[in-house]
Design a protein around this ligand. Structure first.
Ligand SMILES: C[S@@+](CC[C@H](N)C(=O)[O-])C[C@H]1O[C@@H](n2cnc3c(N)ncnc32)[C@H](O)[C@@H]1O
Length: 345
């Protein structure tokens, strides 16, 4: 009998359940009102109505942060409040009706009633370019200092990843692979699902020491002690094992800026065996960056919480090329997720 605090192992049946598109839509929608309220308070709809412009030009004119402004404008475009023509953002008819100050229908006062900590977080991103994390404190630093926060997050990620991990394990052909290194693997949700389906596979899960207690219990409860091992440490500073058949980043690169991603990808390149492959499992932005409300909203949520963001496939491919990888193969995988597979160049 499992105690209250144990995590539930991922079951094969999770792969056949409805995918998590609706749940991800709910999660990604948490900054919808904040995005509109912040744009209204910073006068962005009025500014773009007067002079439609690119995110970079708008940020430069109004002393905003270019990255934060771009993520915000794409979230607003995905919500149907901005349109993009020739790289310039224009308020849509709805935005012109309800979001221009000085008219009876201006919704600014109503949006102001909804102002909360999320709005402050989005405003911080747009004005200063910094993530808000937990009330201004970095989320990974907070987890390193507080087991309570770290374990809450690890539980949340396990719940979030159980479905996509089971679906990936059911579809991914791992052939003769015997070694997998999962970087930023949390409590090992993906590694456990993959090892459970592939009897020859041994997996190592690299993550911060705070996940250790929950991960070790989950590994034991999954019956995979010895085949899935936790490597507690810092993925930027501590050594990684080499000669791996596969290295996996699941929902990890989207937590980091380009420099952080290049560091992680460079380390992955060195950790792979010559015929090994890197696997990246995450949500991609479409090339316009605002074709999906969920993806653009999720990107805003990531920027606010971690300082990362979602990327388009060309953006990811460029980071991969700069880090010594060849052409990538992308497969829509599950819900909003895609699997990107790539070999060292
Ligand atoms: C968004 S979660 C993804 C977890 C897991 N891959 C999944 O999809 O369920 C990002 C993970 O990166 C880990 N992480 C952040 N900074 C790290 C560091 N410096 N070293 C190792 N792990 C780190 C976090 O603890 C967290 O588990």
């Amino acid at each position: 009998m499992m105690s209250d605090s144990a995590l539930l192992p991922v079951a094969d049946a999770d792969a056949a359940a409805p995918d998590d598109t609706l749940m991800m839509d709910v999660l990604a929608s948490q900054y919808r009102l904040s995005a509109v309220a912040v744009a209204d308070r910073l006068g962005l709809f009025a500014a773009l109505a007067e002079a439609p412009s690119s995110a970079a030009a708008l940020a430069s004119d109004r002393a905003l942060h270019p990255h934060g402004t771009a993520v915000l404008l794409n979230a607003l475009a995905a919500q149907g409040l901005l349109m993009v023509h020739g790289g310039a953002y224009h308020p849509t008819a709805t935005a012109r009706s309800f979001l221009l100050p000085g008219t009876a229908r201006h919704w600014g006062p109503m949006l102001g009633l909804g102002w909360d900590e999320r709005c402050t977080a989005v405003r911080t991103l747009v004005t200063e370019g910094t993530p808000f994390g937990y009330r201004g404190k970095g989320i990974w630093d907070t987890h390193n200092r507080s087991r309570h926060h770290g374990e809450l997050f690890a539980r949340a990620m396990h719940a979030h990843s159980a479905g996509p991990a089971a679906a990936l394990a059911a579809r991914l052909e791992l052939g003769d692979c015997t070694s997998l290194l999962e970087v930023g693997g949390g409590v090992g949700t993906y590694s456990l699902a993959l090892a459970g389906r592939n009897p020859r596979l041994t997996a190592q899960v690299l993550d911060l020491p705070v996940v250790e207690r929950l991960a070790l219990r989950l590994i034991e409860d999954s019956g995979l002690t010895g085949r899935v091992r936790l490597r507690a440490g810092d993925m930027f500073g501590d050594p990684w094992p080499g000669e791996q058949d596969r290295v996996l980043f699941a929902d990890v690169l989207s937590d980091w800026d380009d420099e952080g991603c290049r560091t992680l990808l460079g380390r992955a390149r060195k950790a792979l065996a010559p015929d090994g492959r890197l696997l990246i499992h995450q949500v991609l932005l479409d090339d316009s960056r605002h074709g999906s409300d969920s993806a653009a909203g999720y990107s805003l949520a990531l920027a606010v919480m971690t300082g990362g963001r979602l990327r388009t496939l060309p953006e990811l491919a460029s980071l991969l090329a700069q880090s010594g990888f060849g052409a990538c193969v992308t497969t829509p995988a599950y819900g909003h997720y895609s699997l990107i597979t790539v070999r060292p160049d």
